[in-house]
Design a protein around this ligand. Structure first.
Ligand code: URA
Length: 434
């Protein structure tokens, strides 16, 4: 098999065979194909797309690139959740302890930042001591012991996805239905979950900019789920503005902790409840969505969800004194307000731009080997629909890099659109595809 001819075929938008896909995935994972040739093929896929058969073959090849986990020793039903990515998306960190506190086992493997979107693993690593790099054996043990484990992608679970994911980030090939669908579903197949709720984000701060695109992605992932025996429910959620108010790793951990103490931003709460209600349903613990939401409210209000979060963090060696007193997590050296230049109402916040500025000030990677600045990011002082006066802060830039301050502040100003008209509330949940 010859990688140059496979690249050539895809460049000319021809279908590549199962054998060619399997060869590429195996040889790239084993280091026999260099990054530059893999990058060429991934770019061609990103531009030309893939047929359904190619997507299925790519997903299975990536799932088979490493070990498979058997979660059946935890429970007959294991419900997983994954998001297609967003800005300010700390849903996993808030939702999973809520679900675990209801006695539903949570075994979740998350990713790092991708493009302008953040990643749960980077965020969790903002908690001193917390280990995301955990073996599969320990992962399963942790779920058995405390009912929950959140970890990063281990070397031997879909290692092909791990390499391709980092490469896509570095070459700006994140927005692609076949690549997103195969990336997510290969991990789910390898991980052995049999029920899955997908948060398909839609809008300016998501990879899918329109509801139609999001529906296509949902259909594609449901098809893979069906072939792989994973019952999959897709919840389409609005990502027209960042979710919640904090964007950046430590900043999002701080917001997630507040949320688990039942002090949650309204849009974040809506997404958490919509996904959680479906997870509880798939786990066979409640058919009625409203009752499921009431269960989640109770576990938050009683402090059980926060308690479960503390157990999770302690069990993976995180220092919970930083959760009790989040000021200990620290703050960036420069915290600069971005002031409104007029009176009015916030009509729009360009979430992709906010995400990109957050990466620029240090919260994400530009090259795959870049270190991230845990304290960097953006804090929104105003959300869509809120009134603002001239000179009032719209947002704050947090960074340790003085050279980035001026550019970030100027650009962030552009992210806000202020109007003098009334702004209608946008719905957070745009649809559920069962
Ligand atoms: N999450 C993933 O795991 N992969 C993607 O491609 C996007 C979001």
């Amino acid at each position: 098999m010859d990688i140059k001819s496979i690249i050539g075929k895809k460049r000319e938008n021809k279908e590549i065979s199962k054998e060619e896909i399997e060869y590429f995935v195996k040889a790239y994972t084993e280091g026999e194909i260099p990054d530059y040739q893999a990058a060429a093929l991934i770019m061609a896929i990103c531009i030309n797309g893939m047929t359904e058969q190619e997507i299925l073959d790519l997903t299975v090849a990536m799932a088979n690139s490493g070990n498979k986990v058997d979660l059946s020793e935890i429970d007959d039903i294991v419900v997983d959740k994954h998001s297609t990515g967003g800005v300010g998306d700390k849903v996993t960190i808030v939702l999973m302890p809520i679900i675990a506190s209801l006695g539903i086992p949570v075994a979740k493997m998350s990713g790092r930042g991708l493009g302008f979107t953040g990643g749960t693993v980077d965020k969790l690593e903002a908690i001193p001591g917390y280990r995301t790099n955990v073996s599969v054996e320990e992962f399963v043990e942790n779920v058995k012991n405390v009912g929950i484990s959140l970890i990063g992608q281990t070397e031997n679970i879909a290692p092909a996805d791990k390499k391709i994911y980092a490469l896509r980030d570095a070459i700006n090939c994140t927005k692609s239905i076949p690549l997103i669908a195969s990336s997510i579903m290969s991990k789910k197949i390898a991980l052995g979950a049999n029920k899955l709720v997908l948060d398909i984000t839609v809008g300016n701060g998501a990879f899918m900019k329109t509801k139609q695109e999001a529906e296509r992605l949902a259909k594609c992932m449901k098809l893979i789920g069906q072939k792989a025996g994973i019952e999959t429910v897709c919840v389409l959620t609005n990502m027209e503005e960042p979710l919640g108010i904090n964007v950046g790793n430590t900043l999002e951990i701080k917001e997630a902790i507040e949320a688990l103490k039942n002090n949650m931003q309204e849009d974040l709460r809506e997404v958490v409840y919509a996904l959680g209600a479906q997870m509880i349903k798939l786990a066979g613990r409640g058919e009625d969505v409203n009752q499921n939401i009431a269960m989640m409210e109770e576990t938050l209000q009683s402090g059980k969800a926060y308690q479960k979060f503390l157990e999770l963090i302690t069990n993976q060696d995180g220092d919970i004194s930083f959760l009790h007193d989040t000021q200990k997590l620290g703050e960036a050296k420069y915290v600069i307000p971005v002031l409104s230049e007029k009176d009015g109402v916030v009509e729009q916040i360009d979430a992709e731009l906010v995400g990109s500025i957050s990466v620029y000030v240090g919260a994400g990677r530009v090259k795959k080997e870049d270190e991230i600045d845990m304290l960097a990011g953006i804090v929104l002082n105003k959300k869509r629909g809120q009134e603002v006066k001239t000179g009032e802060p719209l947002a704050y830039v947090h960074t340790n890099d003085e050279s980035k301050v001026k550019g970030a502040v100027e650009n962030l100003k552009q992210a806000f659109k202020i109007t003098d008209k009334k702004v209608k509330k946008a719905s957070t949940v745009l649809g559920i595809i069962k």
